[in-house]
Design a protein around this ligand. Structure first.
Ligand SMILES: Cc1cc2nc3c(=O)[nH]c(=O)nc-3n(C[C@H](O)[C@H](O)[C@H](O)COP(=O)(O)O)c2cc1C
Length: 344
């Protein structure tokens, strides 16, 4: 563990540890992986503008979300079926996040039930919701979240149908079951909801008193509609390049979205974050918090909770060092002036 210098080292260790099927499921994406790759590469088009001669001995990376303070803007994005990567499923990940005072979001399609996950930590994670066309299942999932004192629901809106993930074909049978009693999601995750529309939001608000975030916004237009519907936050995400091969990365669309949102609600982003500089750049372009998916699963599969904590430590250490060298002492001081964009 101590020999791991960066996320790439842990990815290599994870490849050694996992079966070919599980590793393929983890690293796979839609079609020819162009969007997946672009999520990572696009960060090179943004360059940090460092400021000098500032006392940077003390750096504060804490942020506040809905009245709660977290140690870092980094958070764990929802990743389903973690039982494929560790015998204890999601438990080590959620414990690692809690130990570091980092936000985590539990998927609908978890290997452990949401109640079991919540029992492992003091503060429940946020719950990511996949709806089904039948509202009874959706209601059951939301009731379970509410019963466990979950304060925030993250509605994933980019899976009307599953993306074309050609490497997953071998694994989408038998191996995957979710403990959240999800009807046809069991044994393969087949029942996605092509009927989901904006009408869901008033229905949710009428029936539930939890924050609602939309995960999967990729355009200014949809950010504006989300604002009209008074959601509590949005997540700029293309599902880690697993859904539409759109040839657009999340970091490239962040600025058009943050212009529309204009500070009204928090903006989260995930996809391609592999370095502290990536976190810094996303914050500079308007993100409030920055999520990772695959990187923490590399840690989980390599060494359980210790592995996830190592991933968080690496990225956090990189973020702090980058802030110091760029002359910035707190997250709120990272702004548009800290970054320039030059395509090459
Ligand atoms: C193996 C795997 C499973 C995922 N499962 C879910 C899920 O159940 N729900 C969801 O909203 N997003 C899911 N995602 C997407 C992540 O939440 C996140 O958007 C993405 O992984 C971020 O990109 P990154 O992996 O490059 O950090 C999954 C991603 C991966 C890699």
């Amino acid at each position: 563990m101590n020999n791991f210098r960066n996320i790439w080292d842990i990815k290599n260790a994870s490849k050694e540890k996992l079966t070919q099927h599980a590793f393929d499921y983890l690293v796979g994406g839609a079609d020819d992986l162009r969007t997946f790759n672009r999520n990572i590469k696009a960060y090179q088009h943004f360059q940090i503008r460092p400021r000098r001669l500032i006392d940077v001995r003390e750096v504060n990376t804490s942020i506040e979300l809905f009245g709660k303070e977290y140690a870092s803007p980094l958070y764990l994005s929802p990743v389903g079926f973690q039982g494929l990567f560790h015998p204890e499923g999601e438990i080590p990940s959620v414990k690692a996040a809690a130990a570091k005072n980092i936000l985590s979001i539990a998927s609908t399609v978890t290997s452990k039930s949401f109640s079991e996950i919540c029992a492992a930590v003091n503060t429940p994670p946020w719950f990511q919701l996949y709806t089904t066309s039948d509202r009874t299942t959706t209601t059951r999932l939301l009731d379970q979240a509410q019963k466990n004192n979950c304060e925030t629901i993250v509605l994933t809106i980019d899976v009307p149908v599953p993306g074309n993930r050609e490497k997953h074909i071998g694994i989408l049978t038998g191996n995957m079951r979710t403990e959240n009693a999800l009807g046809n999601f069991e044994n393969g995750g087949a029942d996605f909801d092509a009927t989901l529309t904006w009408d869901f939001i008033p229905w949710f608000k009428k029936n539930y008193n939890m924050n609602l975030l939309l995960k999967g916004i990729m355009t200014a237009e949809d950010a504006a509609i989300a604002l009209d519907h008074e959601v509590d936050g949005i997540i700029v995400s293309n599902h880690g390049g697993r859904q539409l091969e759109s040839d657009l990365s999340t970091i490239e669309v962040l600025e058009e979205i943050s212009k529309v949102v204009n500070g009204a609600i928090p903006i989260f982003i995930d996809g391609g974050i592999r370095r502290g500089t990536d976190i810094f750049k996303a914050l500079a372009l308007g993100a409030t918090a920055v999520g990772i998916g695959r990187p923490y699963i590399y840690g989980l599969s390599t060494d359980g909770q210790t592995g996830v904590e190592k991933v968080l430590k690496i990225l956090q250490t990189e973020l702090v060092r980058n802030m110091q060298i760029a002359g910035v002492t707190s997250i709120s001081k990272i702004n548009r002036k800290c970054i320039r964009e030059k395509k090459f």
